[in-house]
Design a protein around this ligand. Structure first.
Ligand SMILES: Cc1cc2nc3c(=O)[nH]c(=O)nc-3n(C[C@H](O)[C@H](O)[C@H](O)COP(=O)(O)OP(=O)(O)OC[C@H]3O[C@@H](n4cnc5c(N)ncnc54)[C@H](O)[C@@H]3O)c2cc1C
Length: 83
C-alpha cells in the first residue's frame, strides 16, 4: 500500500474547506481534502445558489401571471414585488 504524506488533511469540501485547502496549497503546503457528499458543500449545491435561483424563478413567474392578467383589461397593472 502506498502511503501519501501531507502537511494538512482537510475534512469537508464546502466553501470553507475548499478555501482553506486552496490557501494552504497556495502557501506551498502539501494538502489533501476529503468530501463525503457534494464538492462545494451546502451553499453551492443545496443552500445559497439553488434557493436564490428558485426565488428568482418564482418572482418571474408571478410577474408573468400579473402581466398576463392586466393585459386583458384597461388600467395600470397591479404590482406586488419587484422581480
Ligand atoms: C436554504 C439556504 C440558503 C442559504 N443562503 C445563504 C446565503 O444567501 N448567503 C450565505 O452566506 N449563506 C447562506 N446559507 C448558509 C451557507 O450555505 C453556509 O453558511 C455555508 O454552506 C457554510 O459553509 P461551510 O463550508 O462552512 O459548510 P458546508 O457547506 O456545510 O460544508 C461542509 C462540508 O463538509 C462535508 N463533510 C462533513 N463531514 C464530513 C466527513 N466526515 N467527511 C467528509 N466530508 C464531510 C459535508 O458533506 C459538506 O460538503 C444558506 C443555507 C441554506 C440551507
Amino acid at each position: 500500500m502506498r502511503v501519501e504524506r501531507v502537511d494538512v488533511f482537510v475534512i469537508g469540501g464546502g466553501g470553507t474547506g475548499s478555501d482553506v485547502t486552496a490557501a494552504l496549497a497556495g502557501a506551498g503546503m502539501n494538502v489533501a481534502m476529503a468530501e463525503r457528499e457534494a464538492l462545494g458543500g451546502e451553499c453551492a449545491n443545496f443552500g445559497c445558489d439553488p434557493s436564490k435561483a428558485m426565488l428568482k424563478a418564482a418572482r418571474v413567474a408571478a410577474l408573468a401571471r400579473e402581466q398576463a392578467s392586466s393585459a386583458s383589461g384597461w388600467g395600470p397593472s397591479r404590482s406586488t414585488s419587484p422581480p
